[in-house]
Design a protein around this ligand. Structure first.
Ligand SMILES: Nc1nc2c(c(=O)[nH]1)N[C@H]1C(S)=C(S)[C@@H](COP(=O)(O)O)O[C@H]1N2
Ligand SMILES: [Mo]
Length: 265
């Protein structure tokens, strides 16, 4: 991604977020070499059109390759929060005030039976813990230990219809307040990534409840892609057959502002 793009993105982020990210930048390392965005393969992939990049990556890494996992000793703490870190939405604040006891994750769209799950129901489902590296497009990485329920398991509870191709994540936080109104964060992945064994809805981080900064009560981990794909504060997951009808049509808040939809690492 050209550096001019990074600058334009920083320009889009409003005051507090910029101040916060600057202050915390030293808490995490720059990209590890494997994720170096200027590396030959990486640059080649990013230079390609988005659809082409997606197909090449799928061909190169396959549908089932695993993201690298690390040992506990490699955890760099604290996990650096980024983007929205303290949602001020009334609905969210109400849920947070009550320790998310009234939170329910909604599963809707192209499913056999729309469903909703409380946090304790999600925590009672099969759990997976993984120590993985989070790479933000801004050029820093963190390693943290994530615990959650495999997304595939949750989707199976609702029964995904055959025609569904993508899972869209609607978040509880407002990322943008502008002249054209308020925008809550949203993201999407395809069902290959949704059913990948390392794709989890995380409620735990580094052995604790997921902090508000990092997306409490529930955030997506999709380990083969960049940080902006990993929706925090997930309130609703909708199964769809196309992304074009959603918001500005590119499948995510940052994608609608120029980022690639398939943000493979
Ligand atoms: N709901 C929501 N999810 C989000 C964001 C956000 O602002 N709101 N920022 C994204 C970006 S750019 C990154 S790098 C990661 C940051 O996750 P962290 O705060 O746990 O470091 O969350 C991603 N998911
Ligand atoms: Mo990011």
């Amino acid at each position: 991604m050209p550096s001019s793009f990074k600058i334009s993105r920083r320009g889009l982020i409003t005051g507090a977020a910029v101040a916060g990210s600057g202050a915390l930048l030293s808490g995490c390392d720059a990209f590890d070499s494997v994720a170096d965005r200027s590396s030959g393969l990486r640059g080649f992939l990013e230079g390609a059109g988005n659809g082409l990049s997606y197909r090449i990556q799928r061909a190169l890494i396959g549908n089932h390759s695993m993201a690298q996992e690390f040992s506990e000793s490699e955890i760099r703490q604290p996990m650096r929060p980024n983007g929205v870190t303290r949602p001020d939405d009334q609905t969210y604040l109400g849920l947070a005030a009550n320790g998310f006891a009234d939170y329910r994750l909604q599963i809707a769209g192209l499913v056999e039976k729309p469903a909703s799950f409380s946090l304790s129901e999600l925590m009672a489902m099969p759990a997976r813990t993984q120590v993985t590296r989070h790479d933000c497009v801004e050029g820093w990485s963190c390693i943290a230990r994530w615990t959650g329920v495999p997304l595939g398991h949750v989707l199976d509870q609702a029964g995904v219809k055959r025609e569904a191709r993508y899972a869209v994540f609607y978040c509880l936080d407002t990322i943008e307040r502008g002249l054209s109104g308020e925008v809550k964060y949203y993201e999407s992945i395809d069902l290959v990534d949704a059913r990948h064994p390392q794709t989890i809805l995380a409620y735990g981080m580094n052995g604790q409840r997921l902090p508000v900064e990092n997306g409490a009560p529930l955030r997506l981990r999709v380990e083969r892609q960049l940080g902006y794909k990993m929706a925090k504060y997930v309130g609703r997951i909708e199964l769809v057959d196309a992304l074009s009808p959603i918001a500005l049509g590119k499948g995510g808040y940052w994608e609608d502002r120029g980022y690639e939809w398939y943000a493979g690492i």
